[in-house]
Write a protein that binds this ligand. Structure first.
Ligand SMILES: [Zn+2]
Length: 429
């Protein structure tokens, strides 16, 4: 058992559940006790973490990323989405080997742990290597093979099924597999129907990009006479559990459809800003009762995987967009990065801290000039904290970082491997 003592606790169950000083007891993968006051005697614990001056909260959940794209971070910036993809990203991605994706994901894992992320939803390729990196790093992840209708469309089905049989529920239950049809503009209705059938057959959810750009919205409208959301409804996609990334271009009916079918939305404000895609109607989605989580998208359109920055950007973006400082207050932004993310991924047992929940916990060191004075913990976490304030990270009851030292990843080795990969990629263009 592990004891975390002398710690402030923001469990994200309700704002009033904040504990100014208390302790957390972890047995195996789960939290067994959270309480106010003096911790019990430390002798009976395998490990005691003295967390004086720190705040414990649920690990952050990144609901949409492409982890191995860390390899392309900074390779091509300041371009429109389709030009960026077609001329820069896709040609480079063709050169990525399975081993490259392993090291790219390890780089992402190191960055995520060091910025307080404990769970991420990933869509990419060579996903067996991504899964191996998840297993090694100790993180939790929802993984899917990106599926694009076309020459590799059939192979994507085979790989998705393989990923499911090899990895679903593996790594001590830290890996869930989903199906990942890329988007309505890259997958025909026939192809999507086959994805829907397979998802039903395997009993798993679907992760897809929807309405990321105005161009996509217009293309779908031209082709099918409908918005992307209403087109996908007609195809039958929302009969399955769906995690929808972006949803930037939605009309009122679309919002109603997403709410009616309990679609989880992954909002990626920084990627949408950097690619100048647009501003998702997040306040309206939340108002309609849609579960909106947060994602960074790939590191090459962000350009980092820092969820603390992301939740601050989310709050500030919607405030300024609507000229309403009351929109997305601090606690709600934190909810989007934790409990909403868990619901969007339909992952039971994460997103809040209470007895019975999985021990995915971060300890944020508040002994920093920018975290004084202490009027309100949630405001400090949402608006003042930095990724580098995250001191300790646990996933599934296992310590992945303590005192900012990673326990499962050799950072120097990751940097060395990534440098080698990038030298090879650059010399091949
Ligand atoms: Zn994406």
């Amino acid at each position: 058992m592990i004891l975390i003592k002398d710690v402030s606790i923001l469990p994200m169950t309700a704002p009033e559940d904040f504990i100014a000083k208390g302790y957390i007891i972890i047995d195996g993968a789960r939290i067994v006790e959270i309480s106010e006051g003096q911790a019990p005697d430390g002798n009976r614990f395998r490990q005691v973490i003295n967390a004086g001056g720190m705040v414990a909260m649920p690990g952050l959940i990144n609901t949409h990323t492409h982890a191995a794209m860390t390899l392309l971070r900074g390779y091509a910036d300041d371009l429109p989405l389709m030009e960026w993809l077609q001329q820069k990203i896709w040609p480079m991605e063709e050169k990525l080997t399975a081993e490259d994706c392993y090291w790219g994901t390890m780089l992402a894992a190191a960055e995520m742990i060091k910025s307080g992320t404990t769970c991420f939803a990933d869509m990419y390729f060579h996903m067996d290597q991504v899964a191996a990196a998840v297993e090694k790093s100790g993180l939790r992840a929802c993984l899917c093979q990106g599926m694009i209708d076309g020459p590799n469309g059939e192979a994507a089905f085979t790989r998705s099924q393989q990923l499911f049989s090899d990895w679903h529920g593996q790594a001590q239950g830290r890996i869930n597999v989903m199906l990942g049809p890329h988007a309505p503009h890259t997958c025909s209705p026939q192809y999507l129907k086959r994805v829907i059938n397979l998802s039903e057959q395997l009993g798993i959810g679907i992760h897809i990009h929807i309405a990321e750009t105005q161009g996509e919205y217009e293309d779908i409208f031209k082709q099918y006479g409908k918005s992307p959301v209403s087109h996908l409804q007609e195809v039958g996609l929302f009969a399955r559990p769906v995690l929808a990334a972006h949803c930037v271009f939605l009309n009122d009916d679309d919002i109603g459809i997403l709410a009616q079918h309990s679609v989880g939305v992954a909002h990626n404000p920084e990627s949408n800003m950097k690619l100048a895609s647009g501003i998702a109607r997040v306040p309206e989605m939340l108002e309609a009762g849609i579960t909106v989580g947060l994602g960074t998208d790939g590191a090459s359109s962000n350009n980092n995987l820092d969820m603390i920055q992301e939740l601050r950007s989310c709050s500030f973006l919607h405030k300024v967009n609507r000229k309403d400082p009351q929109l997305i207050p601090a606690y709600q932004a934190l909810e989007m990065a934790t409990v909403n993310g868990a619901h969007a991924l339909r992952w039971e047992g994460i997103g809040t801290l209470k007895p019975g929940m999985l021990a995915d916990i971060i300890l944020v060191d508040f002994e920093k000039p920018h975290l004084y004075p202490r009027y309100q913990t949630e405001g400090l976490l949402a608006y003042s904290a930095l990724a580098s304030d995250v001191d300790t990270v646990l996933v599934n009851g296992k310590v992945l970082m303590q005192g900012r030292q990673l326990t499962t990843i050799d950072e120097k080795e990751v940097f060395r491997q990534v440098e080698q990969i990038v030298n090879r990629l650059i010399s091949s263009i």
